[in-house]
Structures are given as C-alpha cells and as structure tokens.
Design a protein around this ligand. Structure first.
Ligand code: SAM
Length: 220
C-alpha cells in the first residue's frame, strides 16, 4: 500500500475512534477530543502494529509493557481537568502517547519511566512531533520526582496497591491525582482531589493496568 493511502486509512480510523470509542462513550471535554484527534497514535506503536493503532485496546510496545487503550487515555486526561497553567507529573511514560496528550493541554509535563529504552523511544517520538514541554527521567516513579518539586496534577499509568506517599507529598493543595488502584488483576480507576491535606476520592470505573513496580508500589 502506498504511503498516502496508508495515511488516509489511519486518518479515517482516528476519526472513527473519536466518534465511536470516545464521543460514543463519556468523553465530552472538547479539548481532550481535539488533542486525541491531533496526536497520531500510530507514531507510538511498533511498525507491525500501525494498522491496529486505532483499535480501542492496549498494544505491546516492548520491555513487556503496553500502550494504553485510547478510551482510557482520554478518560484519565479528562479527569485531570488540565489547563496551560498546570505542571503535571506522569508516572509510567511507556510509549509516550499519554505524555503527548498531556503536553498538548498542560504547561509542562514531567514524566518518569522505569525502562530506559521506553523513555528514550518516547523522547524521540515527541521530538519528532515537535512537542517540547516535557522533561523525561528514568527511575522509580513511585518515589516521586527526584528533585524537590510540587505538581498541580499527578497521573499514574501503572496500577498502585495504594496511593504512594511521596506522590501525595508532591501534590499541591487543590491538586488532582488519577490512578488505577488495587492489588488484583483488575483495579479501580480513582480520581482524587487534595483538600486540606486529605484526598477526596471518586471511584470512576474498573480497569486493568500493568503494575507499578517500585519502593512505594509492588515489589514485582
Ligand atoms: N501511558 C503509557 C502509554 O501511553 O504508552 C502506557 C503506560 S504502561 C501501561 C505503564 C508503564 O509504567 C510501563 O511503561 C512501565 O514500565 C511503567 N512503570 C511501572 N512501574 C514504574 C515505576 N515504578 N516508575 C516508572 N515507571 C513505571
């Protein structure tokens, strides 16, 4: 298939995803819908998976990890209620797809990934797409950002057994944290706001994520 035809098919698949899997469910934030339409998911999946880039499911990205399904990426982004003044901490860069979506809506994104090869792959894709408001680190994100810093929003893209204490300490008063929380093979997607130092939690839905492996996550 020639390049132009392949690109046309991907563009149509992206529009279908927007209509059926996002608008057709509960994604209503126009800014989230706009960036989900703008960011090419095919740029974040391995070559052999391009034709599946807009199927609403996770796909392998190497290192035994997956790129999250588009609906969950959109839902978590919507729950964060981002604006251009927000500094966002993301734990679990993975392919960088969610990072790119966040970066299009927030002022600055700080993202940590356990695997060096995923972090450097994500950095290259974001550079190619001209997305510059992102700082990358390799390490254990369950322990928080390595330099002293506070964040308006925090997103975990891997499941935690409970809220990691270092992350709560780095969340500003009035800030929002979103994470899959739970010890089973499925977890609860939870959105919480920090009010007077305490979290006001809302269970959004069930979900299935890989585990957050680290000092304040799972041991394996
Ligand atoms: N949102 C990503 C995307 O769009 O490609 C997918 C994230 S994937 C579901 C979860 C990621 O969390 C994996 O890349 C995994 O290596 C990473 N991870 C797991 N434990 C971690 C930790 N303690 N610190 C940083 N990253 C971690």
């Amino acid at each position: 298939m020639d390049r132009q035809r392949e690109q046309d098919m991907l563009d149509q698949a992206r529009q279908r995803m927007l209509r059926n899997d996002l608008q057709g469910r509960d994604i209503t934030d126009p800014d989230v819908l706009r960036v989900m339409m703008e960011v090419p998911r095919e740029a974040f999946v391995p070559d052999g998976y391009h034709s599946q880039a807009y199927v609403d499911g996770p796909l392998p990205i190497g290192s035994g990890q997956t790129i999250s399904q588009p609906y969950i990426v959109a839902l978590m982004t919507q729950l964060l209620r981002l604006d251009r003044d927000c500094a966002v901490l993301e734990i679990g860069t993975g392919s960088g797809y969610q990072t790119a979506i966040l970066a299009r809506l927030a002022g600055k994104v700080y993202t940590i990934e356990k695997f060096e090869e995923l972090s450097s792959g994500a950095r290259q894709v974001l550079e190619r797409l001209g997305i510059g408001n992102v700082e990358f680190r390799v390490g254990d994100g369950s322990a928080g950002w390595p330099e002293p810093r506070r964040f308006d929003r925090i997103l975990l893209t891997a499941a935690a057994p409970d809220w990691p204490a270092p992350l709560l300490a780095q969340l500003v008063e009035g800030g929002v944290i979103v994470a899959p929380v739970g010890c089973g093979s499925t977890q609860a997607l939870v959105a919480a706001e920090k009010v007077h130092g305490k979290l006001i939690e809302r269970h959004v839905c069930g979900c299935r994520f890989v585990r957050l492996i680290g000092e304040h996550g799972f041991s394996q």
